[in-house]
Design a protein around this ligand. Structure first.
Ligand SMILES: Cc1ncc(COP(=O)(O)O)c(C=O)c1O
Length: 234
């Protein structure tokens, strides 16, 4: 059903005042220095299924599903009901000395999907903290096992792994490092495996051989390699 004109106007006004407030108070990710407060992005006011609606009433496909975290779609009543019920039953429970039913049930369910003996689940608050936690587990395990030299992490140029200190150190895009410090002594960066960006005149098969040899070379650097991080590169 088409939105009524007065609804569109009031949501436009709400969106304009949202943009004005954002200019005064909101720091959005990745601003160019000096543009904080000068630039405010368009406001999104609601979502429905695969769509989001902006302040001008435009219906846009939410291509990346939020930040890949709304894969089930917006405004799913069954999910909203569960969220509401959980908030009314128990809003939060610290995992230090106690536990709760949803986390145990989900762990068992995830273990059922995971291969082999991957049967235990450790929860974090997002991708960066998941990568950071995995790396710190690796460091901890190697220290405890008496091999503190085994710390080298292999990642790829062009990749993105997060925004916490160690996970960001794995990132392979120049702008992620331009003005940031990183744990570079612990990370080896290998070539981006995107065949589209392979050196001119090199066939895909040759490029693949180069990548394999480069990876072998990094592994030969020894016993020190502890962790390999790879993702489809841009
Ligand atoms: C492959 C990969 N790892 C880690 C992250 C970081 O996740 P988060 O933004 O939830 O911290 C992202 C986010 O884009 C990602 O794409």
């Amino acid at each position: 059903m088409a939105a009524k004109r007065e609804d569109v106007i009031s949501s436009l006004e709400a969106s304009e005042s949202m943009v004005a407030l954002a200019k005064d108070h909101l720091v959005q990710p990745w601003p160019t220095a000096g543009e904080i407060g000068a630039e405010a992005r368009g406001g999104i006011v609601s979502g429905d299924g695969i769509y989001v609606i902006d302040g001008e009433g435009r219906k846009l496909i939410d291509g990346p599903a939020g930040m890949w975290c709304v894969n089930a779609g917006h405004r799913r009543k069954e999910l909203a009901d569960v969220l509401y019920q959980q908030a009314m039953d128990l809003s939060y429970n610290s995992p230090w000395y106690t536990m709760n039913e949803p986390s145990v049930t989900l762990s068992a369910r995830l273990a059922g999907h995971a291969p082999g003996d991957l049967n235990h689940v450790f929860y974090t608050t997002g991708g960066s903290s998941a990568v950071e936690t995995a790396l710190r587990f690796m460091q901890f395990a190697n220290n405890v096992k008496g091999r503190p030299e085994k710390k080298l992490i292999v990642s790829r140029q062009g990749g993105y792994h997060g925004s916490t200190y160690l996970s960001a150190s794995l990132n392979g895009r120049p702008r992620d490092h331009d003005w940031m410090d990183s744990a570079s002594e612990q990370v080896v960066k290998l070539t981006c495996p995107n065949p589209f960006r392979r050196p001119e005149g090199m066939s895909e098969a040759e490029f693949c051989d180069v990548l394999v040899e480069e990876f072998r070379g990094a592994s030969r650097r020894g016993v020190r390699t502890a962790s390999v991080h790879s993702l489809p590169s841009r």
